[in-house]
Design a protein around this ligand. Structure first.
Ligand code: PPE
Length: 307
């Protein structure tokens, strides 16, 4: 993965600071105990300048993640929405990836996070493709991980917590070591959960299937967008528990995420599913038109940065 391309400023606790000055103390609570929550959001170029895709929904999820950990962000969703727009404007980014992060800061040590101060930062930079240049058009090879998904009663996957990504990192390292672009993580009882940073869909007999939130996944905003677009196009979409072999016999498979966007899967554990299928590519094409403001029916999903 390439280095983060530097932008100019980062929003930190209410003010824009120079990129290089956005620093923390080494005794920051979150560095030691993973006491943080974050978001990943994308802004795309449109005819009316950059527009952030489903920004309010991302900030609502951010607030929900924080609230579940008794973190008071100190800003309303509207204030955070404005802060994201201000960050993009200040960096003059025509399109970008946006990373809001709330974390427990410097002051106390020990496992009780409540006495530690809460900080909120928003950074934005250009993050082109997540799984490689050819992933979007040709698809990727994935493998089922030997690591199991964090349990709903241990590190709840529905909270977008920094600590959850230890699990994702173990699976990503393994996938890379095995020559796969991504790992698919199963729950302890063998159900398909998600990728290390994406949700997952299969297509079988023209119907789309994706695991329900109750199977222990992050409730992805791209997942929701794809379900909505697919239903609006007349496809049937079913939230259903899936097992490993259903991936092997799928007609099509793809993964969804803000960073990854909509990535076709061409093989699972060496079983070839095929070149990117028609349903996958239909949805991917529509998704890219939507985010670029070319589908007026979905303009409510775009939050423009200028004006
Ligand atoms: N599951 C996980 C575990 C996950 O991290 C993401 C997003 C998703 C599903 C898809 O959610 P959504 O972006 O709302 O459609 N992963 C973020 C972080 C990736 C990273 O490597 O960092 C992202 O895509 O921004």
């Amino acid at each position: 993965m390439s280095q983060i391309p530097k932008a100019d400023t980062i929003w930190m606790d209410g003010a824009l600071v120079d990129w290089d000055k956005a620093q923390v103390h080494v005794l920051t609570h979150a560095l030691h105990y993973g006491s943080g929550v974050f978001e990943g959001i994308r802004a795309y170029g449109t005819d009316d300048g950059p527009a952030v895709f489903r920004l309010t929904e991302h900030m609502e999820r951010f607030e929900d993640s924080a609230a579940m950990l008794f973190m008071d962000l100190g800003y309303t969703v509207d204030e955070l929405v404005d802060a994201v727009k201000e960050t993009i404007r200040s960096n003059s980014l025509p399109s970008c990836y946006i990373r809001p992060l709330a974390f427990r800061g410097y002051g106390v040590m020990g496992l009780d996070p409540i006495p530690a101060p809460v900080h909120v930062v928003i950074a934005a930079w250009c993050w082109d493709t997540y799984l490689g240049q050819e992933a979007l058009s040709k698809g990727v090879a994935v493998g089922v991980s030997s690591w199991r998904q964090r349990s709903v009663n241990a590190n709840p996957p529905q909270i977008k917590a920094t600590a959850n990504y230890l699990n994702s990192s173990l699976a990503r390292i393994e996938a890379n070591n095995h020559g796969y672009a991504e790992g698919i993580i199963l729950s302890e009882d063998g159900k398909i959960a998600e990728g290390t940073g994406e949700n997952l869909f299969i297509v079988k007999g023209g119907v789309l299937y994706t695991p329900p939130v109750s199977d222990g996944i992050l409730e992805g905003i791209t997942r929701d967008s794809v379900m909505t677009l697919a239903r609006d196009k007349g496809y049937e979409v079913v939230e259903a528990s899936l097992v490993r072999t259903q991936l092997y016999t799928a007609d099509e498979m793809f993964m969804t995420g803000t960073a990854a966007e909509i990535v076709p899967v061409h093989s699972v554990d060496g079983r070839v599913i095929g070149t990117p299928g028609p349903v996958t590519m239909d949805l991917q094409e529509t998704f890219f038109r939507v985010v670029q403001g070319k589908e007026p029916d979905y303009s409510a999903w775009l939050e423009h940065v200028n004006g």
